[in-house]
Ligand binder design. Structure first.
Ligand SMILES: [Fe+2]
Length: 484
């Protein structure tokens, strides 16, 4: 509705209206405007100008009514129109047992080391020896597996890596081309090294990352999955118009014949975290919120998600803006928020591995992309799939410890990629990228908010409103709902 028409409606009731109120009301559905004007005027009393403070209680009241109506419409146990076959293979929800003690950290790092060392040791023709036994094999090629406990550059430009296993420690020297590979090691990884002894050091011929084996091509499934992320409901930079068009497309109400055909086949929508903008996530965030309390944000999220068709199963995992613990692995949203959402929503942890009709789907919000981009100069936020490849090469979703990605010392490391996925879905960086790596489909699926003040300060240019439609076994299709 135009600004002029909104101002006229208030003028007819004898009130002037502040320009910021008009901006707020322009994002409201047109059918609600008359009611909002009438309710606001009822409580405005002798005010001369209608301000945002007069409008916000009315908007809150209308939203609460809408949520109640939706909850009544969504009857518990209502059967889904399509048979969905999704099972959770692994996530932390309900299984956390760490308290952050020294013992917890020891167990965590042991789990991390054992899992990754075992993956490397099982590689073909790689038969590692204990580091303590290396010197018994002076004339042979030596293969070891260890945790990197230190890395530096020598005076003559070689990489010096301190490697440790349960039996001892050895200095590894990487020269020439191998030095470039060594430069990309992050410092907390478990690696394999093949080389020969010179003095007390091991001169590397090859550095072996755990990596993933080639995942063979799969048969095409007869359904589409839609990947989105970082909806940030509650933010004042949330893209209402773009989101509404996306939901209409999902309901087959807009789009050309080809895109409607795509929408008709959508059976799953996967959301990789940052469902809401949260509260107090970064300094000054309160100035960038449209909904200032966390309950209101999740009510809004539930209401928006409920606009998606019933035939679609929606899978939601949290991110660093959501109301769960910040340290990874994060459990699914707590009941008080999860219960607001319709029954066709499945809440899972971050990360989580699922079996979706035979397709192994690994969802991870992607906080560690910040660390990877910071540490490896060739990686860029504009191409987030590159960082996702590095996660798979290291078989770990957050390979760097102690930087931006907070990690809870669980007794088992849930962030190790033990099981090979068919799809890895991330978000977090608000940019867009897809790729195949060794047969695994990688997707980082954009966001639904424009650039925030915080992002301007850190020079992060989002690529919002981009959606990936993917038929497992086929090629991904990118739909752009962002109109700016
Ligand atoms: Fe986000």
């Amino acid at each position: 509705m135009s600004s002029k028409l909104i101002a006229t409606k208030f003028a007819m009731q004898g009130y002037n209206v502040h320009p910021s109120v008009i901006e707020i009301l322009k994002s409201q559905p047109e059918k609600n405007i008359d009611r909002i004007v009438s309710e606001v005027c009822k409580i405005a009393g002798n005010s001369f100008i209608i301000t945002p403070e007069d409008v916000s209680p009315v908007l809150e009241m209308l939203k609460a009514k809408e949520v109640r109506k939706l909850k009544e419409e969504i009857k518990p146990g209502k059967p889904l129109p399509q048979r969905c076959d999704v099972s959770l293979i692994k996530d932390i929800t309900g299984g956390s047992c760490c308290e952050g003690s020294v013992d917890d950290f020891v167990l965590y790092f042991n789990s991390r080391y054992e899992k990754l060392a075992s993956i490397i040791s099982q590689q073909r023709n790689f038969f590692p020896v204990n580091i303590a036994d290396v010197r018994k094999r002076k004339s042979e090629k030596v293969r070891v597996v260890g945790l990197i406990v230190g890395k530096r550059e020598s005076m003559n430009g070689n990489a010096i890596i301190e490697l440790e296993d349960r039996t001892g420690r050895i200095t590894v020297i990487a020269t020439g081309k191998l030095k470039e590979e060594a430069d990309e090691l992050l410092g907390d990884e478990t690696i394999g090294v093949e080389g020969f002894l010179r003095g007390r050091s091991l001169i590397a011929d090859r550095i072996i990352l755990p990596d993933v084996p080639v995942n063979g091509k799969k048969n095409k499934k007869d359904f589409n999955m839609v990947f989105i992320s970082d909806t940030h409901f509650g933010s004042n930079t949330f893209l209402h118009e773009e989101w509404n068009t996306f939901v209409k497309w999902l309901n087959c109400e807009v789009g050309n014949e080809k895109s409607i055909k795509l929408a008709e086949r959508v059976k799953y929508v996967i959301i990789a975290g940052d469902i809401v903008d949260g509260v107090g996530v970064y300094p000054g965030q309160d100035r960038e919120l449209e909904i200032i309390d966390i309950n209101g944000q999740y009510e809004e999220a539930a209401m928006q998600i409920a606009k998606m068709p019933d035939r679609v199963r929606i899978i939601i995992s949290p991110g660093n803006h959501d109301a769960v613990r910040q340290a990874e692995p994060q459990p699914a949203l707590p009941k008080e928020f999860a219960s607001l959402f319709p029954k066709n929503v499945m809440h899972v942890g971050n990360p989580s591995m699922l079996d979706v009709e035979g397709v192994k789907l690994l969802i991870y919000h992607g906080r560690s992309i910040d660390d990877l981009v910071m540490k490896i100069p060739r990686l860029e936020y504009e191409r987030p799939h590159q960082a996702m490849i590095e996660m798979l090469r290291r078989r770990h979703l957050a390979p760097l410890y102690g930087n931006r990605t907070l990690i809870a010392p669980e007794r088992e490391d849930y962030l190790v990629v033990d099981d090979i996925p068919d799809i890895l879905h991330c978000g977090h960086v608000h940019t867009y990228g897809t790729a195949y790596y060794r047969g695994i489909f990688l997707v980082n699926s954009s966001c639904w908010q424009s650039q925030t003040e915080f992002q301007k300060k850190v020079n992060l240019n989002p690529i919002p409103g981009n959606v990936t439609v993917y038929q497992p076994g086929g090629e991904p299709i990118r739909l752009n709902f962002y109109s700016a």
